[in-house]
Structures are given as C-alpha cells and as structure tokens.
Design a protein around this ligand. Structure first.
Ligand code: FAD
Length: 237
C-alpha cells in the first residue's frame, strides 16, 4: 500500500518576472509626452501620484505591461477556481501523461469547518476538536481508498486517463501560471477577503492562501502599484 503524503499548505513560488512600477509609468506617459524609455524621469513622488491616479480612475491598460510566472502546488479544487481567471496563461501537470503522486489535502487545525447561513451569504466558524478529527478520518479513508483503486487499475494495465477518474479533488496538482499586473490584481481582489475592500469578496480559504502568497510577491516587485491598489479599495483597475 502506498503511503499518502498529506499537506495542509500550498506552494506559490516566483519563477520569473519583468514587473516594475516604472513600466506602468512609462506606458501611461506615452499618451502625454511620447517615449520615455530612453530618458526616464526620476521623480518618485510624481510617479506614485500618476500610478495612484491611474488606479483610482481605473485606467487599466498601463498595468498590463509585464508579467510574472508563478509555480503553484495546491489541491485540484483550488486549481479549478484559479483557472477560471482567463486573463492568465496556464500549464499544468497532466494526469494522462504521468502518474499522479499520492499527495492529498487535509485542513489545518485552525481552518474553519462549519458553515453558518445561506449559500452566497454565509460565514464559517471553527469546528470542534471532534469535528476536525472526523474530517481528517473521513478524508484519509476516502483518499486511501481512491488512491488504492487508482493503483490497482494502473497495475491492471488501464490507461492513466481512465484510472484518474477514481481520484478526488483533494489531490495536489502543480502548474505554472503567468499573469500581468492587471489580471493579478483582479485575481487578488476576488480571491482575498478584506473587510476594508470596496468590494468584500468571500473566497474559499484555500485559494485565498494562494492569493496571499501571490500578493506578497506582487507587493515586493511593484510596491507603488500595490500601495495604490490598497489605497483605492483593492479594486482592479
Ligand atoms: C467568491 C467567488 C465565488 C464564485 N462562485 C462561482 C460559482 O458558484 N460558479 C461559477 O461558475 N463561478 C464562480 N466564481 C468564479 C467567477 O464567476 C469568475 O469566473 C472568476 O472569479 C474569474 O473572474 P474574472 O472573470 O473577473 O477573471 P478573468 O477571467 O481573469 O477576467 C478578468 C476580467 O476580464 C474581463 N473579461 C474576461 N473574459 C471576458 C469575457 N468573456 N467577456 C467579457 N469580459 C471578460 C472581465 O472584466 C473580467 O473581470 C466565483 C468567484 C468568486 C471570487
């Protein structure tokens, strides 16, 4: 019997990027002064004011210049949500061309478990210790049974693309995703919960864990743009 690898976390790693606040300023200034890439201005306050203006007025296209590539490991149910964001490019490992590894998700002890309220207007509250143990037990049993069925089919010569039908959405996958800053801000706006946002979204916690990691990377690479995003209600321009 294969030993399952159990995780409660997600991986979001910066692989590559060409993001900068300067690229936003350069793109915006072409409309009023023409090219500036050979003679960039060195007025940080003016640049920050321009970026804030663009964000506030939702002049979005200057935020489309540049991209970052992230490597992500998360359960498949997170990927289903993330890949709904069409303004991005994705490449994910294939369950047709490789055998999926037995890596499965269990909620951490501090993950809220119990839904209170109606669909679309509910909140989650902590489960009891018994509920957490129950969830762990049920998920582990399901994962073990599913992965054993998957392996039995592979041993019997069944194609991976058929055998994978036995696997649950709690299994981990991996992908590269490339986004431009505007698409990323739309993702962050929708996939984080912030009470102080102009629009308060209620994403599932597991994709929010990914978004929080992506946002920390974004804030480091584009501090002025990120500050303007925050200051203007976390609305994507
Ligand atoms: C809390 C939450 C709950 C959700 N629940 C559900 C659910 O129950 N069922 C479900 O199916 N989905 C659900 N979604 C997914 C949601 O409907 C979006 O598909 C997802 O958030 C991607 O957002 P987006 O379209 O803005 O992103 P992107 O696809 O990256 O698009 C970015 C922006 O580009 C523009 N754009 C992109 N494509 C088009 C287009 N074809 N036409 C016009 N404009 C376009 C839009 O302005 C869009 O905001 C949920 C999302 C959240 C955050």
């Amino acid at each position: 019997m294969t030993t399952l690898d159990i995780r409660s976390d997600v991986t979001v790693q910066l692989v590559d990027h060409n993001l900068s606040d300067k690229a936003v300023v350069r793109a915006a200034r072409v409309s009023t002064v023409g090219q500036t890439h050979n003679n960039p201005t060195e007025d940080a306050d003016r640049d920050a004011g321009l970026i804030n203006y663009l964000m506030r007025e939702r002049h979005g296209s200057p935020f489309e210049h540049g991209s970052l590539t992230l490597f992500v490991e998360a359960p498949i149910f997170v990927f289903r949500e993330w890949q709904r964001h069409r303004i991005a490019s994705y490449n994910e490992e294939s369950a047709r061309y490789r055998e999926l590894r037995p890596v499965f998700y269990l909620p951490a002890a501090d993950r809220n478990l119990v839904q209170v309220g109606k669909p679309g207007a509910y909140r989650l509250k902590p489960g009891t210790a018994e509920q957490l143990a129950f969830v762990d037990c049920e998920l582990l049993n399901a994962y073990e049974a599913a992965y054993e069925a998957y392996e039995r089919m592979l041993v019997a010569g069944i194609a991976r693309e058929i055998a994978r039908a036995a696997l649950p959405v709690g299994i981990y996958s991996s992908m590269y995703v490339t986004m431009n800053p505007r698409g990323l801000m739309n993702f962050l706006s929708l996939r984080t919960h912030r009470e102080d946002a102009a629009f308060v979204s209620n994403p599932q916690r597991e994709i929010e864990m990914c978004a929080e990691k992506a946002e920390a990377i974004f804030a480091e690479l584009m501090p002025v743009t990120h500050a303007a995003f925050e200051a203007n209600g976390r609305v994507a321009p």
